[in-house]
Structure formats: structure tokens, C-alpha cells
Design a protein around this ligand. Structure first.
Ligand SMILES: [Zn+2]
Ligand SMILES: [Zn+2]
Length: 264
């Protein structure tokens, strides 16, 4: 049994065949799916999908890459959506300095403000946080470190660094703060030797699996549309890297997802 801890079922890529996507996931033993929003409209749609399909849960959040289209003004409605029973997390939220924000201090500040606001919302609602980082390690660790200080020490894990592709130090810094890390299909890519080396060193106690579909399809589907039924392909590579059985990977990563998101 597997959990896809991060996919985007509300994206138009899936619109025509959601029931089939979920059926294929079930057939591949991916029994629970956490679907993630990146803006308000996506949050509304994601919640609808989660209400329609029993095995789907929703995370509602504002993605840093959507700034300035999304802003602190959206927080009021986000807070309302966060109260819905099928919402299991706030996210994805975080920092993304890969494109526009790279050389734009004002934009970076807006991202930080939006990130802080969502961390606060998550704390208030006692929901875990799905964190997105791209090219912003130093700033994100500074913010997460300050935030972690304000949380009860027994609330662990309280979030996930999703689509983990950083180095060993970043992985252990995240874990030290009380986060899980989660691997996408990147782990299966031929050129991802460095990431597999990190995965070898990180205990399965701190790890989840995700597709981040429709993106990042694992080998042998690389470059095509991704979907939740491909989670076992990532698990197989992780099992090989760790020298354990696929069942062991399935068990550990599923238990971590259930604990983090408080899934039934
Ligand atoms: Zn992301
Ligand atoms: Zn995502």
C-alpha cells in the first residue's frame, strides 16, 4: 500500500479522466492521494475533487511562484477553505527563487510574507505544511527554523519538504527541524546519482513518496504525463538504493504520510 503524498489532480491535464486516474492508482495499490493546490481557484477545485473521491485528500495553499498574482489578500478565503474536513494540510507554500524572484528583492519579500502567513495559518489550525523550495535553501531554512521554535516540541513531523532534490546537509537540516522529505520521480532519473546518494543516507523514518503529477514522471515514463499509479516505480528505486524490499519502503513511507496528514 502506497500514498501519493503530492499530486495536482485539479490541473487540466487530468480533467477528462479523473475516475480512471484514481482507479489506476488503486490498482497499483496507491490507496490514498493528497492533492495539492497552488492558488485559490486550484484550492476550491481540489477540495471539490477530494469531496467527490473518498481516497483523495486536499492541501490548500498559495504557491510562491504565483506571486504577485496570489497575495496576502487571498489568505482570508484560504483560511475558510482550510476548515473543511477533507483538508489535511496547508500548501504548497514556500520560496521559489528560480525564475523572476532570482534578482528581484521585492518579489522575494512578497514570497516570504506569503510563506509566513501560511505557516501561521497552519499552526493555528494544527495542520501540517507542504513546503516548496527552489533555489532558496538559505532563506527557507532561516524562516523554518524561526517557525519551528514557536511550535510545540512534540508536534513532529509538522511538515514536508516536497520534491526533495537537495544535498545531504539540506536533507538533515530539514529533518532536524521536524520535517519529512519526499522524493519524486527525479529519484529514478539516470543523472540523479547525487540524490540517490542522499537517499541512501536518510532513514526511511523521515521519507515520503510523491508524484508531483502531472510533472516529473519516473523512468520509464520520463517526459510524459505523470500520474499517481507511478508511485511504486519510485519506491522500487528507493528500495534498491536502501537495500531493502519494496514492501518495507511502502510500509515506512505510508506510515509517515498517515502520521503527517493524519489520514484514516
Ligand atoms: Zn512544488
Ligand atoms: Zn507540486
Amino acid at each position: 500500500m502506497f500514498v501519493d503524498s503530492h499530486t495536482h489532480l485539479c490541473y487540466p491535464d487530468f480533467a477528462e479522466e479523473l475516475p480512471q486516474i484514481i482507479e489506476r492508482a488503486q490498482a497499483a495499490k496507491v490507496t490514498q492521494i493528497v492533492s495539492i493546490a497552488t492558488d485559490l481557484e486550484a484550492a476550491r477545485k481540489t477540495l471539490e475533487i477530494a469531496q467527490r473521491f473518498e481516497s483523495v485528500y486536499a492541501a490548500v495553499g498559495l504557491h510562491p511562484g504565483e506571486v504577485p498574482t496570489v497575495s496576502l489578500c487571498d489568505m482570508k478565503e484560504l483560511a475558510q477553505l482550510a476548515s473543511e474536513p477533507k483538508v489535511v494540510a496547508i500548501g504548497e507554500t514556500g520560496l521559489d527563487y528560480y525564475r523572476e524572484a532570482k534578482d528581484d528583492a521585492a518579489l522575494r519579500q512578497q514570497q516570504k510574507d506569503l510563506f509566513w502567513a501560511q505557516l501561521e495559518l497552519a499552526k493555528e489550525r494544527k495542520l501540517p505544511v507542504v513546503i516548496h523550495n527552489r533555489a532558496a535553501e538559505a532563506d527557507i531554512l532561516e524562516i523554518l527554523g524561526a517557525h519551528a521554535e514557536s511550535l510545540p516540541k512534540d508536534w513532529r513531523p509538522w511538515g514536508v519538504m516536497h520534491c526533495f532534490s537537495g544535498d545531504e546537509k539540506f536533507a538533515f537540516d530539514c529533518i532536524e527541524l521536524g520535517l519529512l522529505i519526499s522524493y519524486t520521480g527525479i529519484l529514478t532519473f539516470k543523472n540523479a546519482t547525487a540524490l540517490r546518494d542522499v537517499a541512501k543516507k536518510v532513514s526511511l523514518d523521515y521519507v515520503m513518496l510523491e508524484t508531483d503529477a502531472p510533472y516529473l514522471a519516473p523512468v520509464p515514463h520520463r517526459g510524459k504525463r505523470n500520474e499517481s499509479s507511478y508511485v511504486p516505480l519510485i519506491a522500487e528505486v528507493l528500495a534498491r538504493v536502501k537495500g531493502v524490499s519494496v514492501e518495507e519502503v511502502a510500509q515506512a513511507t505510508t506510515a509517515n504520510a498517515i502520521r503527517l496528514f493524519r489520514l484514516p
